[in-house]
Design a protein around this ligand. Sequence first.
Ligand code: IMP
Length: 422
Amino acid sequence: MNVDVLLGLQWGDEGKGKIVDVLTQEYQVVARFQGGPNAGHTLEFNGIKHVLHTIPSGIFHEGVDNLIGNGVVIDPLVFAAELVKLASVDPNAFPRLLLSRKAHLILPTHRLLDAASESAKGAQKIGSTLKGIGPTYMDKTGRNGLRVGDLELPDFQDRYEALKKKHLEMLRGFEFPFDLDAEEQRWMEAVQHLLELRLVDSDHYISDALRAGKKILAEGAQGTLLDVDFGTYPFVTSSTTTCAGACTGLGVAPNRIGRVLGIFKAYCTRVGSGPFPTELNNETGERMRQVGREFGSTTGRPRRCGWLDLPALKYAVEINGVTELMMMKADVLSGFEQLSVCTHYSYRGELVDRLPYSLEEQWVQPQFIELPGWNQDLTGMNRADQLPQALLDYVAFIEKAVGVPVTLVSVGPDREQTILRV
Ligand code: IMP
């Protein structure tokens, strides 16, 4: 048995949570492998909307283990609030949740450092969600971090104080006022909730599950273009959002990766700063934002919107080894007479169809072709043969350009608004 990987091919917010939820019936284990409470995975069913930040999106399915892997960073405060919400929807869900002892903890001072560092950057700020993600991964690679498993050690408090001291010294370098005490007390209380969960050695858990023939789905967060190596650096997150992250974030050997499901929107969005070649700073972009409800599920920030970018999509497909594509939010494009698709860039005067080193506006101008749009309301459709021809042509154009089949088209946020093309 192999581990299938589901991940985002753009700048996050592609709709991964919905698809994990839809596909979970095929799996016995769903496992998050990177990121943390910067993520906001939205699921809708039975008329209710659920936003998950750290908890994997398979949590609402009975009989499925939901593992938070070693590559994830956890803020006990955010996590505790998520657990309370989860209990109100499904009081029986807790036993399905497993937490890696090797996952790193986000301390209150990590969040302060994130905020202080962003504020010091001024106009150059990343547009971080300010959840402490960057500083926590810095402590992980800097070999200073605290892990969930440390909570079980008798000297946890000493380790915490030592790291806090380090952070307070760093914070002195910023002019950034803060009040830590109340936050710290709440954090210490929240930590107790973590200890009530099933803590596991997740690498061994995954090996055992594979040996037992269980089907595992690895769930990515953020998107390929936010990857710390391959994204639009430095305007990225601090983890490996690409397929390789599933190996390091769960303890899966590369040759055990099976299907790679790449999720993308029929157009593009981005939240936070950084280059975005096909961005629409006009009425068309505003229409996408309103119709597509493009507001951050973690921060509420309006998302930047733009046309589909094929050089970027091709790059993401290549770097992840995507075996099938799933196109989200096709319904949002209904009613546009013409759709633009970026097929090339003019990069420093040369026409290229690959992602260049820099996507900064002064170097890159997107080149578009126009395709006919469709008028039909797709939101009530549930079969592939109901889809309008113009949409099928749009999909066929993407498949030809990228060389990978689109096996699913999503026509609304609900589980039911999902059309399989296989
Ligand atoms: P951080 O990961 O919170 O430090 O944010 C770094 C960049 O990634 C910012 O531009 C964020 O807006 C973006 N980002 C982080 N998480 C997400 C996500 O789940 N969806 C979309 N963008 C995200």
